[in-house]
Design a protein around this ligand. Structure first.
Ligand code: PLP
Length: 384
């Protein structure tokens, strides 16, 4: 009955776990959720007000499929000031979240048989989107502390490589690709017929490290890179669904054509709010960074007290990716939920068994409770 296209999509390995957690919550059980992929802060009021004003002013109709001119101008300014990237208007597109920007990019670039290099542990959405676009994800397993280098990229290129996907800071590891390595990756790829998709959505949540966009290394690399970013993570705006991409105008045009035939434009009201976010709310993520650093240090200290867990300190984003001394992290996570009522994301969801991810985008109180329960669980049923 279903198409071959949709059959390519793998159901999420955490579906059952999430359904169970939801059921427990509905029964009123005190479940601690450490799986959040979003900040627990409210979207800043000025941004919400800009959305409300847009409604009052009647900005409630279709916009240009690739986004309003005013928002594109704000995005151009963001790229220029934050990333030293001088894109032109026709080189940017506004999408329904970075997720749609990524899907558009894969879809307009990939043909059957093309390979996309993806470095694991990785966000599973990439893998599913690449398959839906008709290409083959080539998943390369990184070793702890999961830092991508040019050497690793080089070793894994084949005649079929169409795209190299990079994500820094990374989900789920929080690892950042070091600047010299970004430059070496750029050098390695600049004369090859290979595209780069650079997902930079956690840029603003790097902790004490300045971000480098690969596209700004030189003009050649800029022309073959699609830089993906958004405001979901940086401005606590996951529900508004605004992301954006910068790249070669031919690619951006194709992405815009695809978007026009699939979702028309991103929500007009959210676009108005996003202008406010990009223009005026830059202080918000400084506050977020400070708070996240406190939480990260707190989690690090608590994790050190738990025997048999091994982890690297994340350099950005809001996740710890923690090693268990056993392969089946999905089964372990299910038992943790049953026994101690804590939700974590098992490594299976990131193509890395034997690990689990916890988010520190939740309050210190929630973290304290959750980590106490994890400690008790590990002590009762030692990992090794
Ligand atoms: N890229 C990465 C690495 C993510 O982790 C996420 C969301 O979890 C996204 C992109 C999607 O962001 P958006 O909400 O803008 O679609």
């Amino acid at each position: 009955m279903l198409s071959n296209n949709i059959k390519k999509l793998n159901p999420s390995p955490t579906l059952e776990l999430n359904a169970k957690a939801k059921e427990m919550l509905e029964k009123g059980i005190d479940v601690i959720n450490l799986s959040a992929g979003e900040l627990d802060f409210k979207t800043p009021l000025t941004i919400c007000n800009a959305g409300k004003e847009a409604i009052d002013q009647g900005q409630t109709k279709y916009t240009c499929p690739s986004g309003t001119l005013q928002l594109k101008e704000a995005v151009l300014k963001k790229f220029k000031t934050d990333n030293k990237l001088n894109y032109k208007k026709e080189e940017v597109i506004i999408c329904n979240g970075a997720k749609q920007a990524l899907f558009n990019a894969f879809f307009v670039l990939c043909n059957t048989g093309d390979e996309v290099l993806v470095f694991a542990p990785t966000w599973s959405t990439y893998i599913e989107q690449i398959k839906l676009a008709g290409a083959k994800p080539k998943i390369v397993d990184l070793k702890k502390p999961f830092k991508l280098t040019a050497e690793i990229v080089k070793k894994n290129l084949t005649g079929k490589t169409k795209i190299v996907l990079i994500n820094s800071p990374a989900n789920p590891t929080g690892a950042i690709i070091e600047k010299p390595e970004i430059k070496k990756i750029a050098k390695l790829l600049e004369n090859k017929k290979i595209w780069i998709i650079s997902d930079e959505v956690y840029e603003k949540l790097s902790i004490n490290k300045k971000h480098l966009s690969i596209a700004c290394v030189n003009q050649k690399i800029k022309e073959k890179t699609i830089t993906i970013n958004g405001i979901s993570k940086s401005h606590a705006m996951t529900g508004w669904r605004i992301g954006f991409a910068g790249g070669h105008k031919k690619i951006i045009k194709a992405m815009s054509n695809l978007q026009a035939q699939t979702t028309s434009n991103p929500c007009s009201i959210s676009q108005a709010a996003a202008i406010e976010a990009l223009k005026k709310e830059n202080n918000f993520y400084f506050k977020a960074q400070r708070e996240l650093e406190i939480r990260r240090n707190f989690v690090q200290n608590k994790l050190k007290e738990i025997p048999c867990l091994d982890f690297s300190k994340p350099e950005g984003g809001f996740y710890f990716f923690i090693k268990l001394n056993q392969k089946n992290s999905l089964a372990w996570s299910k038992r943790l939920l049953e026994k101690e009522k804590v939700v974590v994301v098992p490594g299976e969801a990131f193509y890395k068994k034997g690990y689990f991810r916890i988010s520190f985008a939740v309050s210190l109180e929630t973290l304290e409770k959750g980590l106490k329960r994890i400690k008790r669980f590990v002590q009762k049923a030692p990992i090794s």
